[in-house]
Design a protein around this ligand. Structure first.
Ligand SMILES: [Zn+2]
Length: 294
């Protein structure tokens, strides 16, 4: 009897400590998402048929076409409604979005895809490694155990998306004349995908690169990670980029470039930034050499 009481007390104590740990983690997460770029942002045209429809930092892009549109990334689960409002504000119909793409399946880029998919009926394409994570609602086998446990019990994670197609490195996804080439640039996550595509703006064709995150989180690691990052930086260096973006808008200067474009003689000019692209890759390479994590 005495032993039972002691055991029960121990169990209560363990549960209390666990609850505190969960609460702290959830509070940190909520705070991070609040300051982490979930605010509403003005949608705008970057060049030609290429638009920004994301939040302050959690990026999302719209590539329009006569046979249907493409949306790249969905932000957090709560960002999806902002993305839809931005698409409508630009004068496009979410129902005309035929393809959904993703850079990487963490909650800040994959979280809103299920809602966008439901609203549009679009087909989701993902790399093999990203597909499993998106379909499980954010459970990445490379994630650390406490994080995965929080996803399993529904504290973290996001609504699972239905992956319609899995692509290989170098595949091109087409919707009418729109063609985006997938470059699997692993490192941040195994299936991290960069995209390259041409955009016609007036009488010129501009090369766009959406580079995947190249940094490493302490909560997401795998054995081939350093080799993957090395290769990814090399692959990205080989892509011609007049315009470059990433899944975090602050990295490519969304606001700065947007403000500059409102007063520029040619509003596309501030977005043409091959030097910024090289600096981004140089910084990623320095981070890799110094062994820094985010
Ligand atoms: Zn991430």
């Amino acid at each position: 009897m005495l032993l039972n009481v002691t055991k029960r007390r121990q169990l209560v104590l363990v549960l209390a400590v666990l609850s505190v740990v969960v609460l702290v983690l959830v509070a940190r997460r909520l705070n991070a998402t609040k300051i982490g770029g979930q605010g509403p942002a003005e949608p705008f045209r970057i060049a030609g048929n290429f638009y920004y429809v994301g939040a302050t930092d959690a990026a999302a892009f719209l590539i329009t076409g006569p046979e249907g549109h493409v949306v790249l990334d969905g932000g957090y689960p709560t960002t999806a409604r902002l993305v839809m409002a931005s698409i409508a504000k630009l004068g496009f119909d979410i129902k005309d979005v035929k393809v959904l793409l993703n850079s990487e399946p963490h909650a800040d880029h994959g979280g809103g895809l299920a809602a966008l998919q439901q609203a549009s009926g679009a087909e989701l394409w993902a790399s093999e490694a990203s597909a499993d994570v998106l379909a499980s609602g954010g459970d990445d086998p490379d994630g650390v155990l406490p994080l995965r446990a929080l996803i399993w019990i529904g504290v973290l994670g996001y609504p699972p998306a239905h992956v319609d197609h899995r692509f290989k490195d170098g595949d091109t996804i087409r919707v009418g004349p729109t063609a985006l080439t997938a470059h699997i640039t692993g490192g941040h996550t195994r299936g991290c995908t960069s995209w390259s595509f041409p955009v016609r703006d007036g009488d010129r064709v501009l090369n766009v690169v959406s580079a995947c995150d190249l940094g490493v989180l302490a909560t997401s690691t795998y054995p081939e990670q350093a080799a993957d990052r090395e290769r990814s930086i090399r692959v990205l260096r080989g892509l011609p980029a007049d315009i470059w973006v990433t899944c975090h808008a602050r990295w490519w200067g969304r606001y700065r470039k947007f403000v500059a474009s409102t007063t520029a003689k040619n509003p596309v000019e501030p977005f043409i930034d091959p030097e910024g692209y090289r600096a981004f890759l140089d910084a990623a390479e320095a981070e890799l050499r110094e062994g820094r994590t985010h």
